[in-house]
Design a protein around this ligand. Structure first.
Ligand code: HEC
Ligand code: HEC
Length: 294
């Protein structure tokens, strides 16, 4: 009995996974440009072996796959000044999404998002936004430096300390074959198995992953920017490191000799890999559903 219910749960999870792009498609399609209300508040608490504290404050946590660093509170004053210059016109002087003219709901509240979210949006060049009315703020050449991003993250974090902190991924010890399997299951539906990205509903798109540094890949996975789901408890740090390794080696350097080799197979063979993975998933699903109804 417990056997069946486990299978049923796995089958449900598989269905949910398969429906994610559909749900996004219908949601975004119906509403067009919705008023942005973040659901990412304090995403993911540390499920890790190592927690380093100083004066009672967590300064880093993690395990041998990923160490998450909290930017130093000493940077907060600099960060506040930078925020007032570059961000407050839209997100408000309190970073709560309420600009000087008092309109609520037009811009996201940044308090409680966690340093990884703030760092990702600045270091990927999405923020400060060029056009606040665009459906999806695009990746651009960053306007601020790495140190400035850390300072702004430190100030916002000082308003309400939150997770996740900024990941440093141990790519060296990660497993690229596991990473590919996990990528096929969790990411390829939107980004394609070759990582080139694809259009989603209502003018949004899953971007190409060909040129994204390891830290930002891990940040995207853990924080789920905009229409991307966020993966917290369902992927361990070890699994995230495996995916990051697959993205930063096989996807970004497909002809790397001695690599895992998917890139070298050519489009037809890769199509087959995709087909096999897809059909395999359906076959498993059929098996689980069949088992349940007996
Ligand atoms: C011109 C207006 C504007 C400015 C200036 C601006 N932002 Fe934004 N910000 C936006 C809009 C609009 C969105 C929603 C964009 C989207 O969903 O694609 C956003 C989204 C974000 C998000 C994602 C929020 C979430 O819930 O995931 C973060 C983080 C962020 N901004 C940080 C900053 C920081 C830090 C600065 C300054 C360096 C800044 N922004 C400057 C308009 C602005
Ligand atoms: C439901 C579709 C969907 C799934 C599934 C998905 N993503 Fe995304 N991803 C997106 C969208 C949409 C964006 C762009 C968000 C934005 O620009 O605001 C994105 C952005 C990213 C970025 C940032 C790229 C850039 O241009 O800065 C990375 C890295 C990324 N995804 C990796 C992944 C990985 C790895 C997985 C699997 C663990 C995954 N994504 C699963 C839709 C998805």
């Amino acid at each position: 009995m417990s056997h069946l219910s486990t299978r049923a749960r796995v089958a449900t999870a598989t269905v949910v996974l398969a429906l994610v792009p559909l749900a996004l498609a219908s949601g975004a399609g119906a509403a067009g440009k919705v008023v942005y209300q973040t659901t990412r508040h304090n995403a993911g608490t540390p499920n890790s072996d190592i927690v380093v504290r100083k004066h009672g404050l967590i300064i880093s946590y993690g395990d041998s796959a990923i160490i998450y660093n909290v930017p130093s509170p000493a940077l907060a004053a600099t960060g506040q000044a930078l925020f007032l210059q570059n961000c407050a016109s839209c997100h408000g002087t309190e970073a709560n999404g309420v600009p000087a003219n008092g309109t609520t709901g037009a811009y996201p509240n940044l308090v409680g998002l966690g340093p990884a979210t703030i760092d990702f949006w600045i270091e990927s060049g999405r923020m400060p936004a060029a056009d606040p009315r665009s459906v999806q703020a695009p990746r651009r050449q960053p306007r601020l430096t790495h140190d400035q991003a850390l300072a702004i993250a430190a100030w916002i974090n000082s308003l309400s300390p939150s997770y996740p902190a900024i990941p440093t991924v141990n790519v060296k010890d990660a497993n690229v074959a596991n990473g590919m399997a996990l990528f096929a299951l969790n990411c390829a539906a939107c980004h394609t198995i070759e990582g080139d990205g694809d259009a989603l509903a209502a003018g949004t798109f899953a971007p190409s992953l060909r040129n994204i540094p390891a830290t930002q890949v891990a940040e995207a996975i853990r924080t789920g920017p905009a229409n991307m789901p966020r993966f917290t408890g369902n992927l361990s740090d070890y699994q995230v490191a495996d995916i990051v390794k697959f993205v930063t080696t096989e996807i970004q350097h497909p002809n790397n000799p001695g690599g895992f080799g998917l890139g070298g197979l050519g489009p037809v063979a890769e199509g087959f890999v995709g087909l096999l993975l897809g059909v395999g998933l359906l076959a498993l699903l059929g098996y689980w559903v069949g088992e349940r109804s007996e």
